[in-house]
Write a protein that binds this ligand. Structure first.
Ligand SMILES: Nc1ncnc2c1ncn2[C@@H]1O[C@H](COP(=O)(O)OP(=O)(O)OP(=O)(O)O)[C@@H](O)[C@H]1O
Length: 295
């Protein structure tokens, strides 16, 4: 049987009697890219900090590579990119990469890390002179410095432009193919939809979902249909295969689990429809529905 590389068991955490995390349990397996979703303040960063032993939990435990005790050498097994970039005023790009490498027994080569950071021309630049996006990329390369097996990325693409984001996810995918495992939080759900192999959703302090996007779609309608039409909206009330229907003026959006029946019911009206699109239900819509408590 395949053993998980991370086992989070019944973790709970409160701040000043306010429950942040309640009885959280899940596992991570080698080669996965798992995305942790939750609204602002849901407890995502708190959970990452507990798993990476930066802050203590109130109860429950974390098994990293089968071990509960986290010794100094065990730091080698994980890489962490925290939400807030550091900015030491008198430290250069080169010095910060070299410093990160010095913590590990088998670090990635300096040139590889510099190239990962995309800062080949800025080796001698002070960290405070880097843009927000450049600092995020440097933090990413530092998270990978130890060639660790499991890498935590807390909102990694915040502040990056769209080209940098695209390159960033390409790099994550490259390292996943080499066997690395990633645990990611981000509010850019379209990016996570493309890259993540599994999703965890934190809501009301608990883990309300743990599965693939297909399983998430099974909880709601799997297919999203959009079109514009001047047909009276109430006509669609008789459709049998509709999970939900909303309209903004003449723009209609339907969700269905039975696209074949839906299309058959729609056929008599095809001549009255414009801009028809049929696509899998997006992560963003799914997440918004779950957050609103519709499912
Ligand atoms: N050290 C602390 N002391 C008291 N409360 C804290 C502390 N750290 C976090 N919190 C609270 O815990 C809750 C969860 O915060 P956390 O940063 O984990 O959320 P998040 O899901 O990462 O949010 P975001 O998406 O906005 O980054 C928030 O209400 C926050 O105010």
């Amino acid at each position: 049987m395949i053993q998980p590389i991370l086992n989070v068991k019944t973790i709970s955490k409160s701040y000043k009697n306010k429950v942040i995390l309640n009885d959280i349990s899940f596992e991570l397996y080698k080669g996965e890219i798992v995305a942790l979703l939750g609204e602002n303040g849901a407890g995502k960063s708190t959970l990452i900090s507990i798993i990476t032993h930066l802050i203590p939990q109130d109860s429950g435990h974390v098994l990293l590579f089968g071990k509960q005790k986290f010794r100094k050498n065990d730091r080698e097994t994980i890489g962490v990119m925290l939400q807030h970039s550091f900015s030491l005023s008198k430290v250069t790009v080169k010095e910060s990469i070299m410093l990160a490498r010095s913590y590990y027994s088998n670090p990635l080569p300096y040139t590889e890390l510099l190239s990962l950071a995309g800062l080949k021309e800025k080796e001698d630049t002070f960290l405070t002179k880097l843009s927000g996006g450049q600092q995020r990329r440097l933090s990413f390369s530092i998270a990978l410095a130890g060639d660790s097996e499991l890498i935590f990325l807390d909102e990694p693409t915040a502040g990056m432009d769209s080209h940098a984001r695209y390159q960033f996810w390409q790099t994550v995918s490259h390292y996943q193919k080499k066997g690395k495992t990633f645990f990611i939080t981000s509010h850019y759900l379209d990016e996570l939809e493309m890259i993540a192999t599994r999703f965890l959703i934190l809501k009301n302090n608990s883990l309300t979902f743990n599965g693939t996007i297909e399983q998430l779609r099974e909880k709601t309608g799997q297919t999203e249909i959009n079109f514009t039409s001047s047909i009276e909206a109430s006509l669609f009330n008789d459709f049998t295969a509709v999970h939900s229907h909303s309209n903004l003026g003449t723009r209609h959006t339907f969700l269905t689990n039975d696209i074949n029946t839906f299309i058959n019911e729609l056929i008599p009206y095809l001549n009255d429809l414009e801009n028809l699109s049929i696509k899998p239900h997006s992560l963003e819509t799914l997440f918004n529905q779950l957050s609103k408590g519709e499912n």
